[in-house]
Design a protein around this ligand. Structure first.
Ligand code: B12
Length: 457
């Protein structure tokens, strides 16, 4: 039996103007280049769970319509996100035409399994691990089922997480590697289409397993930079400390995502820096309480934190960890004044990096359901527009045109050389102050010493 683990690679933006504009900014183009090459950890993880009697390969397809199709597999495991789901369906049709079984999984298949089932032989809903061994047995026995739903089996225990098959990756192709240290999120934002949709329960992976994965990557690749494929690495501070203590000795540089409560624990932030953390991405979403009011559905947590955003950014960056602040434009509380408000906030916050995206109604989320019920989706089935950089809904206090123009203008302002240099200069100041404050106070020159009376005895 031979299985191909196939990921659809590359970033996606439908709006050509935005794409061209975005790529015209060196700092944005640089970031895009760094991240778009990230491999599919989901597929490498399932490959790691696949018994050695089954031959496995990991491949990436960028152009699903034109690239030649590897036909040496009995079955392919396809992973897809909403933005590339239609491409995945076209790719599935090509494999099936060759008599190759297509198994589809991932966030989009989990969010809309009925739609996915129309295009493939088998859909896996939820996390892959809880059903993968059963699926393989069925596959080998020629009785693959059309659907395997992991959600009814409870959250996968990350203490049983397999070692992802990093060795399947092509050498020298990946500037960065992803490792996952947790799944789920204690928060519940109505727009979120990330890991909490696979299984809402927040869980941490044992630190020893994370360290083992880092060591595996170090064995295979020179000076790897690690991106934690987490939604909220440090929402559990106690585990966060254990994690940082565990990876401190590994000598790797890393990046992760966490919520703003990270700033509540400066000791942890200091430990993170010493353990190689270079940047954290924080979903601030909006600096305005009114705009965020009700978005986090459990305790309105994000809205209630807006007043402490500036202090939080300072508390993290002063320890030498760059903050990449993420903001969403087009939420119901936003008006045409929100663009300039955000520009001023970012400028005055000292943020080292910033990412702005459009509110995106991913199918299967409460936001999508609400906007659909309100008749505010522009095109119901436009999954290809779920890129975070394309508009697929009617904003409440401005037109689609206002939102797009405001976004493009803000992007040009935020990524102007002047603003990028200002952010970098400000952050370098932090680094210098940090080095200075870390340096032990110099002893007064000898001459002076004689002036002070010698201590007794
Ligand atoms: C790393 C990452 C990337 C990487 C790698 C993507 C990849 N192929 O995995 C890169 C940088 C390439 C990327 C690109 C994009 N990303 Co991205 N990315 C992430 C991130 C940070 C982590 C994903 C991850 O590695 N998770 C860990 C693994 C273990 O989980 P998993 O992939 O879900 O796999 C599990 C299950 O889903 C399932 N499974 C997955 N695949 C399969 C396949 C089979 C056959 C089976 C049985 C099971 C299965 O089993 C796995 C184990 O349980 C997430 C945020 C998040 N935390 O989810 C955003 C995220 C997934 N990205 C997102 C988006 C929008 C994009 C882009 C569209 C952005 C753009 N405009 O270009 C592109 C699309 C790229 C593409 N070609 O599809 C959204 C997707 C939302 C959605 N529902 O579609 C997320 C959730 C971020 C967000 N804030 O909303 N991304």
């Amino acid at each position: 039996m031979r299985i191909g683990f196939i990921a659809i690679s590359g970033l996606r933006v439908c709006d050509d103007t935005l794409l061209r504009l975005g790529l015209s900014f060196p700092s944005l183009a640089g970031r895009a280049e760094q991240i778009e090459a990230l491999p599919s950890l989901g597929l490498l993880t399932l490959a790691g769970m696949t018994p050695s009697r089954i031959e496995v390969e990991y491949l990436e397809v960028r152009d699903v319509d034109r690239e030649s199709l590897p036909t040496r597999f009995d079955a392919v495991a396809l992973s897809t996100l909403t933005a590339t789901s239609k491409e995945a369906y076209r790719l599935a049709r090509r494999f099936r035409a060759e008599g190759i079984l297509v198994i589809l999984g991932g966030l989009h298949a989990t969010l809309v399994p009925e739609e996915a089932a129309r295009h493939v032989d088998c859909v896996v809903v939820g996390e892959g691990e809880p059903v993968w061994m059963e699926l393989l047995r069925d596959l080998e026995a020629g009785r693959l089922k059309p659907r395997y739903d992991a959600r009814g089996r409870g959250p996968f225990d990350l203490a049983r997480a397999p070692m992802p098959r990093f060795e399947l990756l092509e050498k020298d192709r990946y500037p960065r590697f992803t490792i996952q240290t947790q799944r789920g999120c204690p928060l519940s934002c109505d727009f979120c289409a990330a890991s909490m949709r696979l299984s809402p329960v927040f869980r941490n992976k044992p630190v020893a397993k994370v360290v083992a994965e880092i060591r595996r990557i170090k064995e295979l690749f020179q000076h790897p930079f690690i991106e934690f494929a987490d939604d909220n690495t440090f929402s559990n501070k106690r585990h966060g400390r254990e994690l940082v203590e565990g990876i401190a000795g590994e000598g790797v540089s890393w990046f992760t995502e966490s919520d703003v409560s990270l700033a509540d624990d400066e000791d942890l932030v200091r430990m993170m820096r010493d353990a190689g953390c270079r940047q954290v991405l924080i979903g601030f979403e909006s600096p305005r309480f009114d705009t965020l009011d009700g978005v986090e559905t459990r305790s309105n947590w994000k809205a209630r934190r807006t007043t402490r955003y500036l202090e939080a950014i300072e508390r993290i960056q002063k320890h030498g960890i760059a903050v990449n602040g993420c903001f969403i434009l087009g939420m119901d509380g936003d008006t045409v004044a929100s663009f300039d408000d955000l520009f001023r906030f970012v400028r005055d916050s000292g943020l080292h990096d910033v990412q702005i995206t459009y509110l995106t109604p991913f199918p299967g989320t409460p936001l999508h359901q609400r906007l659909s019920e309100e008749g505010r989706l522009l095109v119901e089935e436009a999954s290809e527009r779920c890129t975070l950089f394309d508009i697929n809904f009617e904003p409440s206090h401005m037109s689609v045109g206002d939102l797009r123009e405001g976004y493009l203008k803000l992007l040009s302002q935020l990524y102007s050389e002047e603003q990028v240099q200002a952010r970098r200069r400000n952050f370098r100041l932090h680094l210098r102050q940090r080095v200075r404050s870390a340096r032990p106070a110099a002893a007064p020159p000898a001459r002076e010493q004689s002036a002070s009376p010698r201590p007794k005895g």
